[in-house]
Design a protein around this ligand. Structure first.
Ligand code: ATP
Ligand code: MG
Length: 393
């Protein structure tokens, strides 16, 4: 091989490698070699491992033939033959009439991907010339590189899938440990205080008995809430949760929820900045749940801060925001906040399962709305919800 050929091959390979998309790499490959190897159409057929049928994975019309994929059926027979024989197939036209398009010269090369014959690379020349030995050698090189590019595509796809499965598994793992902790803590209290109350050898005065019973009562509520959240998130994920839509006044609803939250958490200072809004077509119970989750997060993650609730009418939509002045959330974690089981990593004294915001998002999406977050470290976090106004009013 002379120097010129070597440097040409080097350029081709470089160009092919530099493309990120495998089809773009194939385009680069077939275009760069067209100077030394002329053809009208090229197509790659890959065998579907399940159905065993030959599918067109790539097709390109270069010259005088017609356009790409729809017309690649011309190569299917040759491709099937290549795969059956596991070797090169050459086909020349039987008759040599005047109509060039009726005289296909076909060349099919096997594609050996991941050490298995998995498909064929097929070239067509209308009206010849026939393929010389040199042409066949160049075509073999192209088949070799095409196979390498397809293998790279398969590997990249497999890696992406693996990454996502691994991520999900990590979240599940964390979830199992969080959930067992979260279930055990209230159970531990309930068991501990009821055992104490039942002890034969001790008598408790009435005030102590009430105190213990109150703890048992509260912890049982906590367990119930946790189990409901888990079931709810499972139903939301499988889309089996039923919504009951009716016109809802969001400003009134948010005030009701705030009043309820304040009876249990009088320490949370809530400031309202409410504009009267057009009604929303929504499920009041589910929307209350969204607000409760945002209140609960403010109490847990921005203790001592006030919470400012603003509503705004934007014509056909309404906008709500819940702004606290807590520590805020580092920017890197913001994209994951609404994922199932996600909790911001770091030292943790506050309990939770990472289901709250996931549930919020699913509910808001079922209302054709949007929920998002903005946060500045040491300044605070704001959650926004946008919902469409009731279109029937
Ligand atoms: P759960 O709501 O299921 O009890 P959780 O509160 O941990 O558990 P989410 O409500 O989904 O789960 O919140 C996810 C994470 O987002 C929290 O763990 C917390 O780190 C962070 N976060 C949520 N709200 C705030 C906020 N107002 N300020 C700072 N961080 C927040
Ligand atoms: Mg929460």
């Amino acid at each position: 091989m002379d120097n010129l050929t070597l440097s040409f091959l080097h350029t081709v390979l470089n160009e092919v490698q530099s493309k990120h998309d495998w089809k773009a790499s194939l385009d680069a490959l077939f275009t760069s070699l067209r100077g030394s190897f002329v053809y009208d159409n090229v197509a790659i057929f890959l065998e579907d491992s399940r159905t065993k049928s030959m599918d067109i994975a790539y097709a390109r019309a270069m010259g005088r033939g017609k356009t790409a994929e729809a017309d690649a059926a011309w190569g299917e027979l040759v491709a099937t033959e290549v795969l059956a024989k596991k070797k090169l197939v050459l086909k020349e036209p039987k008759s040599k009439g005047r109509d060039r398009m009726a005289q296909p010269y076909l060349l099919g090369m096997p594609l050996n991907i991941g050490s298995k014959f998995r498909g064929a690379l097929v070239f067509i020349r209308f009206g010849g010339p026939e393929y010389s030995d040199l042409h066949i050698q160049i075509a073999s090189l192209q088949a070799f590189w095409s196979a390498a590019l397809i293998e790279r595509r398969d590997l990249l796809e497999a890696r992406a899938e693996l990454d996502s499965v691994q991520r999900q598994m990590r979240l599940q793992d964390d979830f199992v440990s969080t959930i067992s902790h979260e279930l055990r803590t209230p159970l531990g209290f309930i068991k501990g205080y009821s055992t104490s109350l039942l002890r034969q050898d001790t008598t408790w005065d009435e005030a102590t008995q009430r105190e213990f019973l109150n703890i048992i009562d509260e912890e049982a509520d906590r367990l119930t809430r946790l189990i409901e959240d888990m079931l709810e998130s499972a139903r939301l994920q499988s889309k089996t949760l039923q919504f009951k839509f009716s016109p809802v006044r969001i400003d009134a609803l948010v005030r009701d929820v705030a009043t309820r939250v304040n009876t249990h958490h009088p320490e949370l200072k809530i400031e309202f900045n409410l504009e009267t809004l057009p009604p929303v077509l929504g499920d009041g119970v589910r929307l209350s749940q969204v607000f409760e989750n945002l209140f609960s997060n403010a109490i847990k993650y921005a203790p001592g801060s006030k919470l400012q609730i603003t509503t705004k009418s934007l014509g056909k939509r309404v906008l709500l925001s819940f702004a606290d002045e807590g520590e805020g959330i580092p920017e890197d974690f913001l994209p994951f906040l609404f994922e199932r089981f996600y909790r911001v990593p770091g030292e943790r004294t506050v309990t939770g399962t990472g289901l709250g915001l996931y549930i919020c998002k699913q509910i808001v999406m079922a209302h054709h709305g949007k929920i998002w977050v903005e946060s500045v470290l040491d300044e605070g976090t704001t959650f926004f919800i946008e919902l469409p106004a009731d279109p029937t009013l």
